[in-house]
Design a protein around this ligand. Structure first.
Ligand SMILES: Cc1ncc(COP(=O)(O)O)c(C=O)c1O
Length: 402
């Protein structure tokens, strides 16, 4: 018999998005033409100046350990970005750069939580938040989606019933994954006003900041300075600069939090590879302008996907105005089918992959059964073909008319 494993870590679910992606790749290797709408990354290559800066750094011998929490030039550049683009003043010691926003968020859970502390996570949520909290010994408390998802998505009325003496933090994601929506500035401000006198950490995941199509996505800290002393901003380079494989993300927040997150990094991944830092620095030298044409392409794809989906009046969706996702409400359609119940998008997504060779992540992964997430960061032809197959699958299960 083997010695036992960690009870706490054994509770964790493997990332369902990564699992689906793996299954899709397996089917592709068997020769099937798979349309993959499950990936959380833009299909654009990393811009050339960024790649060149990293190559130059490699050739210049920047191949040794770097500074924990990110080198000073990169942390200074992040402060400049936050000031210029977000009107937020931070000093370099308030910034920690890590191996993706995922590592930063994981370390934040470890740094902030004591056993039994509760973290409020509004659904639909990004798959890793709950697991990070569990790994850190805390308790994720999911705030369910409002029944009518066209109503405001997160209000004080929705949060209030879940606030307890054990509440330690709340996670807010805008633009959202998987929701694909941006919380409008007046709602962000109202939330900030409400949270300003609550003694909890506010974790604001702004990784899709540049992908906000019907008006800018504005940080709660910008709109509501009263939250600043308990506000932790999380951002990264993966989405906005098409740098998912580079693994660069950061936090900006109160110095004691930054110090602890940096300490954790010194005891885990140590530092960011210095040549990767040079690539990130180059991205910041150009700023969001570098990707402006790509954001227009994403918006066009969003419009194309919406126009195709609207042809099925039975389908509903959250307002898709950010990130590169559409969170499709299949509940009415599934309810009509004799094969599924309205809260079983998991089985439908398996059928969609195995029979129609389209990979889409079911809402169950995000705390919203009955939904399915479309990632439209793919070529237009792929989008058309995949959505046509989705239509075939929905007709075949008896959920929509032909
Ligand atoms: C909402 C959200 N936050 C954070 C991340 C992590 O990004 P990365 O670790 O690539 O910086 C992702 C990636 O999919 C995400 O969707």
């Amino acid at each position: 018999m083997l010695p036992t494993l960690s009870q706490r870590i054994s509770q964790l679910q493997p990332s369902p998005t990564v699992a689906l992606n793996t299954k899709a790749k397996e089917l592709a290797d068997q020769g099937h033409k798979i349309i993959n709408f499950s990936v959380g990354e833009p299909d654009f290559p990393t811009p050339e100046p960024i790649v060149k800066a990293a190559i130059k750094a490699l050739e210049a011998g920047k191949t040794r350990y770097g500074g924990a929490g990110g080198g000073l030039p990169l942390r200074k550049a992040i402060c400049e970005k936050l000031l210029k683009e977000n009107e937020l003043t931070y000093t370099p010691e308030q910034i920690v750069v890590g191996i993706g926003a995922k590592e930063i968020l994981f370390h934040l859970s470890l740094a902030l939580l004591n056993p039994g502390d509760e973290v409020l996570i509004p659904a639909p949520y990004w798959v890793s938040y709950t697991e990070h909290v569990i790994a850190a010994g805390g308790t994720p408390i999911v705030i369910p989606m409002p029944a009518d998802h066209k109503a405001p998505r997160l209000t004080k009325e929705m949060i209030a019933p879940y606030l307890t003496a054990k509440t330690k933090a709340i996670v807010i994601t805008s633009p959202s994954n998987p929701g694909g929506y941006v919380i409008p500035p007046n709602e962000v401000k109202a939330l900030g006003d409400y949270l300003a006198d609550k003694n909890i950490w506010i974790l604001s995941d702004e990784i899709y900041e540049y992908m906000s199509f019907d008006g800018p996505s504005i940080s709660m800290a910008t709109l509501c300075p009263a939250v600043r002393d308990r506000f932790i901003l999380i951002n990264g380079f993966s989405k906005g600069f098409a740098m998912t494989g580079w693994r660069v993300g950061y936090m900006a927040g109160p110095k004691p939090v930054a110090d602890l997150v940096r300490t954790l990094q010194t005891q885990s991944s140590t530092c960011l590879p210095p040549f990767v830092e040079e690539g990130a620095l180059e991205a910041l030298r150009h700023g969001r302008q570098l990707m402006a044409d790509k954001m227009v392409i994403l918006q066009e794809r969003r419009d194309l996907a919406v126009s195709i989906l609207k042809k099925f009046p039975e389908l509903d969706m959250l307002p898709p105005n950010g990130a590169f996702y559409i969170f499709i409400d299949l509940r009415k359609v599934l309810a009509k089918s004799a094969l599924y119940t309205n809260d079983n998008s998991l089985d439908f997504s398996k059928k969609l992959l195995e029979t129609y060779h389209v990979a889409m992540v079911p809402g169950e992964a995000f705390g919203a059964p009955g939904f399915i997430r479309l990632s439209y960061a793919v070529h237009e032809d792929t989008l058309k073909e995949g959505l046509s197959r989705l239509g075939d699958a929905l007709v075949a299960i008896g959920g929509i008319r032909n």
